[in-house]
Design a protein around this ligand. Structure first.
Ligand code: DX5
Ligand code: ZN
Length: 235
C-alpha cells in the first residue's frame, strides 16, 4: 500500500563545510528522513563521505538516516554504517557480488534493507529478494552527482514496482532519487512512489529557504497534472 509521501533531502547538496548545522536546519525545516549519499570514486565517478562522517552527524538529528551506498565492494562496510547510525542501508545489485547475501547482512545488523535500481536495471531483480527488503529505491538519474535531469523512463518502473509491492502484501517503501523538483514530484507520486529524495530542490537558497522548499515540494506532490505525466512518459 502506498503510504503518505515522505521527503528525504539528500545532504549531497548541502554545504559540506558545515554539515552538522545543515542537517539540523533541514530537520527543523520538515525533512522526514535524511538521505546520505556515499560514493567511492570507483562504483560511481565521485567521492563523498564515509562512516566517520555519518557517525559525527548522528547527534545533529533524530530523523532516520537513509544511507544510499554507491560503493563496491559493499559488504565490508555494512557493519560500519550500521554502527555509525544508519537506519536504512540501501545497496545496488551491481555493487555485488551477491545481492542476497548483502541484504541478509544488513538485516542481521538490525537495520532496514534497501535495493537500488539504476536507470538500466530491470524491476524484476527485486522479486527474488522481496522477503528481505524494507525499501526499493528507483534511480531517476545515473548515480554519482546531484543536480541532474530526471529520466522519464523511471515512471513506468515506479508503476510496475508499485504493483509488485502491493501484490506481495509486504510493507516495502518505494523511493525515488534524482532530478526531483516541483515539476517532477507530482508524476512520481502519482506513479506510486511514497518516499522522495530531493537534493538540489531541498537545499537551494540556503537555510532560510529550506522550510519553503520542503513545503513547496509537499504541495506539488499532491498536485498531479495528467498531461505532465504523459509528456514526461513520452506518451
Ligand atoms: C545521485 C544521488 C542523489 C542526488 C540527488 O547519485 O543518489 O541522492 O543527491 O540530487 P538531486 O535531487 O539534486 O537530483
Ligand atoms: Zn541517493
Amino acid at each position: 500500500m502506498q503510504q503518505p509521501v515522505r521527503i528525504a533531502p539528500s545532504i549531497l547538496s548541502a554545504d559540506f563545510a558545515q554539515l552538522g548545522a545543515e542537517v539540523t536546519a533541514i530537520d527543523r525545516a520538515g525533512a522526514d528522513w535524511i538521505h546520505v549519499d556515499v560514493m567511492d570514486g570507483h562504483f560511481v565517478p565521485n567521492i563523498t563521505i564515509g562512516p566517520a562522517v555519518v557517525k559525527a552527524l548522528r547527534r545533529h538529528t533524530a530523523k532516520p538516516f537513509d544511507v544510499h551506498l554507491m560503493i563496491a565492494p559493499v559488504d565490508p562496510y555494512l557493519a560500519l554504517f550500521a554502527e555509525a547510525g544508519a537506519d536504512t542501508i540501501s545497496v545496488h545489485p551491481e555493487a555485488g557480488p551477491h545481492l542476497h547475501r548483502s541484504l541478509q547482512a544488513i538485516k542481521a545488523l538490525g537495520r532496514r534493507a534497501g535495493v537500488v535500481l539504476n536507470p538500466a536495471t530491470p524491476v524484476e531483480c527485486v522479486v527474488p529478494v522481496l522477503d528481505l527488503i524494507d525499501l526499493v529505491l528507483v534511480m531517476s538519474v545515473n548515480p554519482g552527482f546531484g543536480g541532474q535531469a530526471f529520466i522519464p523512463s523511471a515512471l513506468p518502473k515506479i508503476a510496475a514496482l508499485r504493483q509488485i509491492i502491493d501484490a506481495s502484501g509486504r510493507a516495502i517503501d518505494l523511493e525515488v532519487d534524482g532530478g526531483i523538483n516541483r515539476q517532477t514530484i507530482g508524476p512520481v507520486v502519482a506513479a506510486g512512489a511514497d518516499v522522495v529524495v530531493a537534493g538540489s530542490a531541498s537545499f537551494e537558497g540556503g537555510p532560510s529557504a529550506y522550510p519553503g522548499n520542503l513545503a513547496a515540494l509537499r504541495v506539488a506532490a499532491e498536485v498531479v497534472q495528467p498531461a505532465a505525466v504523459c509528456a514526461m512518459d513520452g506518451r
